[in-house]
Write a protein that binds this ligand. Sequence first.
Ligand code: KG4
Ligand code: ZN
Length: 337
Amino acid sequence: MRILALESSCDETAAAVVEDGRKVLSSVIASQVEEHKLYGGVVPEIASRRHCEAVVGVTQQALDDANMKLDEIDAIAVTYAPGLIGALLVGVNFAKGLAMSSGKPLIPVHHLRSHIAANYITSPELKPPFLCLIVSGGHSHIVEVKDYTELRVIGRTRDDAAGEAFDKAARAMGMPYPGGVEMDKRAQGGNAEAFKLPHPTVDGAPYDFSFSGLKTSVINLIHNAEQKGQTLPVEDLAASFRKAVVDCLIKNFIKAAQDTGNTKLVIAGGVSANSLLRSRLQEECRNRGWEFYMPELKLCGDNAAMVGAQGYYEYLSGKTAGLDLNACAEMPVDGNC
Ligand code: KG4
Ligand code: ZN
């Protein structure tokens, strides 16, 4: 089955053709990041407008790269939640137009489920059940993936998402948006023990995260130094912050795995590109004899190939939408709008 997939939940307009959920025939991404950099973060109205401009060309390119015409496609999949509502609506309405004009089924796909599915492309042997740490710009979840479309959230952030904390702390350190990527680079040369930062926990909820206190403590360190006319060593600060975030993520993820008896661990989402998170988890799992999977780097961030992968399994489970499909800014990964 060949699925044409569309993604427009944030600041990437993407289209892809994916066969049977695992084989990527084409994947095109038009990123708006350079424009949003000017403002230090994504400006929703600009994002929607750029999706409008890019979506036709990106989709045509994906079909051309796959050497296919629309009538050779079996279904249209689209990210419909969660994300920036104006941005999502561009992809959803365009997908509806394609489905209507071609008579093909329309498959709505949850953005975080598609991040998990990036792993099905990278690791063709990977099948549920497994435990997944989803870490993106907007979400930090520990999810039991019982089956492709049967998920249960057992841990979540109480405030900032991991990516959001990286971006905000990086901005205070003077790094451009998206700061998580830059901080990971700058941290390579730094001393992670240089600054003792808090490792917040949530009372009575061992799998939940809280990053806002950690973020604020770094911002306060920077502001206090500025007031005294001092400059802090950015590499050391970046390395210390990265380590604190990764320590918190790993501690809760490993505990959740132990408590639920899961020995197959998977990471997903933009922050799964973090080099320390990847290497530390690989080591933790190797030491315990557990399986560990992560998406290849080019599939960690937003793309449409992962939407085509998850779309295939949503279709197999019977999930298709009518032309009254709406987008939702918020939607639990294990529930409905
Ligand atoms: O999943 P994603 O592309 O978009 C959302 O669905 O939110 O995630 C974007 C987030 C941003 O916060 C970005 O800074 C972060 O992923 N990110 C990283 C790295 N690469 C991307 N954070 C830490 N280290 C990285 N290497
Ligand atoms: Zn994402």
